[in-house]
Design a protein around this ligand. Sequence first.
Ligand code: SAH
Ligand code: SF4
Length: 363
Amino acid sequence: MTDTELKELLSTCDPAAQQELRARAYLCKLKFIGPKISVRGLIEISNICSKNCFYCGIRRANTHVKRYRITQERIVEIARWAYEKEFGSLVIQSGEIQSAGFADYIENTLKSITAATEGKLGITISCGEQTPQVYERWRKAGASRYLLRIESSSPELYHQLHPADHDFNTRLACLKSLRELDYQVGSGVMIGFPGQTLDNLVRDLRFFEELDLDMIGMGPYIPHSETPLGANLKFTQDYRLHQLEIGLNMISAARLLLKDINIAAATALDTLDEHGRILGLLSGANVVMPNITDTQFRENYQLYEGKTTLHESSGNSRDKLIHQAAAIGEEVLWGTRGDSQHYAARHCPTPTAESKPSTLAEG
Ligand code: SAH
Ligand code: SF4
């Protein structure tokens, strides 16, 4: 696909053309992945963050957030529950802290989860920038995937989104080091933040391609009033609709371009439309991450405003997913890690049963 073609896909706004784009991307997902949804239980283990990203509701300077860190013991209990309920994978996410204590806390938690669940769970970490040594310790302790969004592949935009103590090249170096440590590497961008153009998004897609990513976790930007970027933005119905459309177009374009990688349907989509996550799946995504954090903590982990799962119990999220998947004729891969096929193919380039396109979708 040329850049011009990608830009055309991203700019699709006529309803019939959107329908067609999503159908094409969904067929591509069926061909490379099949009618299957991988599931990861998301645990937001701490909202303590040393960073001050201009867009994020739990940035250091937001004093209206009650800071918490879930104990190691409680995280292991949640992980055991997830394992019993056949979640094949977990995502452990937090604000960014670079300290010896935090590195130990994650390492010990990983070891305990691995021991409590017979090492069967796939574990993704999403705890920001760390040193290669820390990434290596966490890898050895049981993490197999890491999600670190580049936020924007344009260094200029990256610098507009972050205070001066952030460095685009540091983030790139982190992604490189994660690859060297043999993580399944995930990255992504915020879609539709002020100042971003369609050309920027085309560059982002090319960036995903150049990095040969295994997974993509990207989602629409949603304003938070306690942040410099979101403070003066009016989140009107038209604005919401635009964010939903560009978010879905970006999923479809990524699927058509990158084919067999894991693409998450971000929970932020649900903030924009009650069926947002399902629309994400029907636009080409194949991964969902129901929130299984204790509900008492969720109010204080609002990266953006309007988070939908503030009061929904983990059991209900699970049941909801079963119904939603059944409604669109997809199978939820319970009890399966749902590792990236793209990662497997890189390690074993000859086609395997998993990396071969599914015959079901050929027709
Ligand atoms: N601290 C870690 C993980 C938590 S933040 C990190 O930054 O990597 C996870 C993601 O939330 C970020 O990468 C960012 O893309 C997203 N995010 C933060 N604020 C957001 C907002 N207002 N709208 C949409 N996504 C947001
Ligand atoms: Fe902290 Fe991540 Fe939010 Fe930035 S995006 S303020 S690093 S939690």
